[in-house]
Write a protein that binds this ligand. Structure first.
Ligand SMILES: [Mg+2]
Length: 365
């Protein structure tokens, strides 16, 4: 099989709900890079990556200028060789960030070709460990919600069958965070798992003081409390607190995960395939976490269909985040949650193609 064409699509897809906020971002739309790789045997593979700020046009340039010329004429089934070759085109323009976002999109398209040729979805091709995947819900609890809205939001999510929910922290005064968690815990009762997410904005002192105080509310984990590059501070925090520390959505290589894990700086490994170089590296990180008896619970917001399949083949991946419900129907055959569990896709391939209507309506480049 030979690659004949590589086409990229830059999209900006608006949320079908009011703006949502965490401690870093106010979000009204999501950028996507979609990649289609054609072959001489009539199979086309679709990959993607996403971004909730701006700048994905730079990713498109990297794929078009660096990766596409190297891919054409090659056998797409030699994915590991190709991904390594693409990585080495990035020598002086950055090993992670824009280059890796594009590399992952290509990796996913190459996987899609592999899976379509094999006639199976990812999770069956790799060997299933479970046939349904538990969901936890992050689609409420936004930082700009009032406390009343927050409680209404979280209780309605639980009423829909979710027994694990996450809320955002990181208001300028941590006392407000404390009061909001207190109110939500009182409203939900003790049986619902409650996670909190700081999105990296606390310093170590704040995290030690307020992380400790929040422990009285039986928090399942404290997510991204500190600057994501500061492994030393995370290790210090994990040593000081009883509440598990979760991190991963802004960690970009298995080597960084190794260093976090080895130093005891992380308890819940939230590896995101779209922030790593793709599926193979995600599987490496999940296996690494397993060898340290750590759970790997992937970060996700628009890419649930990818991560539920990865969780389905991973013994130490007990659940997957559920978020951005208003964007679920941008995908062909999206996975859905019923009574707190994701369905798994049955169609051959990776299953991460945006609908033709979305590709046409929201394309900006
Ligand atoms: Mg998070």
């Amino acid at each position: 099989m030979k690659i004949t064409e590589v086409e990229t699509f830059l999209l900006d897809i608006p949320l079908k709900q009011r703006a949502i906020t965490d401690s870093q971002t106010r979000l009204t739309s999501v950028e996507f890079i979609a990649v289609r790789i054609d072959t001489d045997e009539g199979i086309s593979g679709w990959g993607f990556n996403w971004n909730y700020t701006k700048g994905s046009r730079a990713v498109q340039v990297v794929i078009d200028d660096n990766y596409a010329p190297l891919l054409k004429g090659k056998d797409p089934l030699n994915r590991k060789v190709l991904v390594r070759e693409l990585f080495y085109t990035n020598h002086f323009i950055g090993r992670v960030g824009i280059t890796q976002v594009g590399l992952c999109a290509v990796d996913l398209a190459l996987w899609d070709i592999r899976l379509k040729a094999a006639g199976q979805p990812l999770w069956k091709y790799l060997g299933a460990h479970k046939d349904k995947v538990k969901a936890y819900n992050t689609d409420g609890g936004w930082l700009s919600w009032s406390t009343d809205e927050l409680i209404q939001d979280m209780t309605s999510i639980v009423d829909r069958g979710f027994d694990a929910v996450k809320m955002k922290l990181g208001r300028p005064d941590p006392r407000e965070d404390y009061e909001r968690v207190k109110a939500v815990r009182q409203a939900l009762g003790d049986q619902v798992k409650l996670m909190v997410d700081v999105n990296t904005v606390w310093d170590l002192k704040t995290a030690i003081v307020w992380g400790r105080r929040l422990e009285e509310f039986n928090i399942e984990w404290l997510e991204e409390p500190l600057h994501p590059f500061d492994k030393k501070a995370h290790a210090e925090l994990a040593h000081r607190l009883d509440v598990p520390i979760a991190i991963g959505e802004t960690i970009y290589t298995k080597y960084d995960f190794r260093d976090y894990i080895e130093s005891g700086a992380v308890d819940i490994v939230q590896a995101d395939c779209t922030k790593l170089s793709g599926i193979d590296e995600w599987l490496d990180v999940a296996a690494l976490a397993r060898s340290y008896n750590l759970e790997c619970i992937p970060h996700t917001n628009v890419q649930q269909k990818l991560h539920v399949q990865l969780a389905a083949v991973t013994p130490n991946a007990p659940m997957v985040e559920y978020c951005y419900e208003s964007l679920v129907d941008i995908w062909e055959n999206p996975v859905r949650v019923t009574n707190g569990y994701y369905s798994l896709p049955e169609e051959p391939g990776l299953g991460c193609k945006l609908t033709d209507d979305v590709l046409k309506t929201y394309r900006i480049g």
